[in-house]
Structures are given as C-alpha cells and as structure tokens.
Write a protein that binds this ligand. Structure first.
Ligand SMILES: *Cc1c(COP(=O)(O)O)cnc(C)c1O
Length: 365
C-alpha cells in the first residue's frame, strides 16, 4: 500500500461541480481582478475568523510584508519572531525592511515560548509575530499581556491555522491583525497562490487595500509606494467554495490526529504532539519527534509511506540569513529540526491509509 504525504486532487474531485461553477461564473462575468468574488470572500473569511475586515492578497508572504508596511514597521525596527517557523515568517519582516529577532520555542508545543519573550525586547522592538505552527495556536494571552506592557503590536502568522481556536477564539482575531496563506497545501487552499489579512481595525484595513493595489485609493492616483499584491477573482471564487468545507475537513483532520495519538502513544522513542487544554488545533501537520528520525523516515519510505520534514533548516541556518548579525544561540530550534517528522495528514486521507502508517511505525519500533 502506498500512502503519499499529501494529495490535493481528492479535494478537487469532491468539489468538482462547485469549482467548475465558480470558474464559469468568473470567466463569463468578464471581471477578473478586485471584484465581487474577492469582496465576498474577504467578508466571509473575516467573519469566519471573528474579525471585521478581510483583505485578499497575492500570497501569505505578501500578507505579512503588507501588514508590517501598513503599520510603518520598517528599517531600524525589530520584530520578534519564532526561531522555529517556516522561513516566510522571517522573510516578511526582512522584506518590510525590519529585523527579525528570533525566540526559541516551547519544547512541548513547538510554538513561541512566552517565558523567553521578555529577554528579546529592546528599545527597537515594535511588534511580536507569533506563528500558529502546524495548526496549533500559540499561547497568546501571555504574549498579548507582555506586548501591552511594552507597547508592542501583536500580529499573527496564521498561515497554517485556518479555523484553529485559542481559548474558544479563532486564530486571526487574537491580535491586531493576522496574515493568512491560501497556498494549495494549507488547510484552506486555493488552486494556486493566494493570501489574506484579517483585522478588526478599519484604518489598517484601508491602508492594506491601498498598499496591495499600487498605493492607490482612487484609480491612477497613488499616495503611497504600493505593490501589486492582489487576490484574483478566480482564486477568491474557489476559496469561497472551499471555505464552506473547512470545518468539516478540519474535523476529519482532528479524527486522524486522535487516532495517531492513541495508536502511537506507547511507541518507544517517539515524542507525539502535545495539545494544551486551551488549544483546538486544526492539524495542518501532524509532527512527531524521534532521535532516529532519518532512519524512521527511510523505513517509512520503504513501507510506502511518504513523510516530510517541517523544517530541515531553521531560518537562522539558511543561507539567506548567513549575514544576520547578533543572533543568539538557538539550540532547541536546531534539535527540533534534527528530530521532527511530519506524518501523512489531510481531510481525504482514508482510514486504511492511517492504519498502514501506524502499523509501519510499529514495525520500525
Ligand atoms: C505558508 C506559510 C507562509 C507563506 O505563505 P505563502 O502563501 O506560501 O507565501 C508564511 N508563514 C507560514 C508559517 C507558512 O506556513
């Protein structure tokens, strides 16, 4: 039996009729950029997150860049980021002209450790950018408290966490604003690149709409140096179809995660994901740890099970950041990078495939 790490095609097969109808509606509507579909998706997704405004943009990285630029966080400013994240979190800060300042994770959740935050704050710090990694919400209350005491903004990188809840509240409504990615492999994914910001700050939303569209509020009048970083009508129409299925698909991911957690509990040498009482994760990824990670991955490959490593090279070890000065040692992040392994996970992963993964892991142990 072959179990690929992730297949996107089944989602398309399930929704084919609705996606085809969305395509036809847009194609025949004759309006392809910033129209009714983008506006409707923005409202629907913001409401889903418990926020007031949505701004559709080109991708998740641009969402972060635009957000920081809209907040005037640029050269000379520092933004606290998780050391343990996908590099796009850091790139967002760098492209805005600011400096990413990494903080080590909590070893059990892999997310930003609030206890280590205070030590990273300097007079240049403007914002904290927590990531809800793997679809697990970060511990936001202590982050928000500390930020309030130091006059810092809190922006969520919610790219992996569409629908996740922290103490009953959806990610995207926990800080001042949140950046989302709708890359095809995310829990809510387009049929190409797409992203968005949600916020309940009307001014900020207005600045973002301007910045994503050449800095122009009125056509051919540009007041600020903007970008072309818009969400397409077609992708917005597809996302509206898929948004209606997000909760059902996230619930299926949660059932798979539950099964993995039960069935792998007693496997020696494995560290399973830890879910704090206040978290309702959406299992973008199911990430285990093993000190024999590479051997386990090779074994699973031989058993037909596809896995991936998120992420093998932490941002501070990437060539892109070889020149970044003043980095603290980040031993925990490096240890995680050497030990993490993502198992197959997705809303269309069948029960017998899940059992095959479980049995294959038991055979390794
Ligand atoms: C995917 C992702 C991004 C970037 O989103 P793109 O749409 O791929 O640009 C940013 N941050 C995190 C944590 C991500 O997983």
């Amino acid at each position: 039996m072959k179990v690929p790490f992730l297949e996107l095609r089944p989602a398309h097969d399930e929704l084919r009729a609705e996606l085809d109808a969305a395509y036809t509606r847009v194609a025949e509507g004759g309006w392809y950029v910033l129209g009714a579909e983008v506006e409707a998706f923005e409202q629907e997704f913001a409401a889903y997150c418990g926020a007031t405004h949505g701004i559709g943009v080109s991708n998740g990285l641009d969402a972060l860049v635009l957000l920081l630029r809209a907040l005037d966080i640029g050269p000379g400013a520092e933004v606290i980021v998780p050391a343990n994240t996908f590099i796009a979190t850091w790139l967002g800060v760098t492209h805005a002209g600011a400096t990413p300042v990494p903080v080590e994770p909590d070893e059990r959740t892999h997310n930003l450790d609030p206890a280590r935050l205070a030590a990273a704050i300097t007079p240049k710090t403007r914002a904290i950018l927590p990531v809800h990694l793997y679809g697990q919400p970060a511990d936001m209350d202590p982050i928000l408290d500390l930020a309030a005491r130091h006059g810092l903004l809190v922006i969520e990188d919610a790219a992996q966490a569409q629908g996740a809840r922290y103490r009953g509240r959806r990610t995207g409504s926990l800080g001042l604003a949140a950046g989302f990615s709708f890359y095809p492999g995310k829990n809510l994914g387009a049929l190409g690149d797409a992203g968005g910001v949600v916020t309940s700050d009307a001014d900020l939303a207005d600045r973002l709409r301007t910045l994503r569209n050449y800095g122009s509020r009125v056509k051919y009048h540009s007041d600020v140096i903007g970008m072309n970083a818009r969400l397409d009508e077609l992708q917005a129409a597809f996302l509206r179809v898929k948004l209606a299925y997000l909760d059902t698909w996230n619930a299926r991911r949660a059932r798979i995660a539950q099964r993995y957690l039960e069935a792998l509990r007693d496997v020696p040498g494995l560290v399973l994901p830890h879910v704090p009482a206040w978290a309702e994760p959406v299992w973008h990824l199911f990430v285990i740890r093993s000190t024999r990670r590479d051997a386990l991955q090779a074994h699973l490959q031989r058993e037909g099970v596809g896995t991936q490593i998120h992420y093998p090279v932490p941002p501070h070890r990437a060539g892109a950041y070889a020149d970044l000065a003043g980095l603290p040692p980040l031993p925990l992040t490096e240890r995680l990078a050497a030990e993490v392994l993502s198992l197959p996970m997705g809303p269309h992963l069948a029960d017998d495939a899940v059992e095959h993964v479980i049995q294959a892991i038991h055979r390794f142990a």
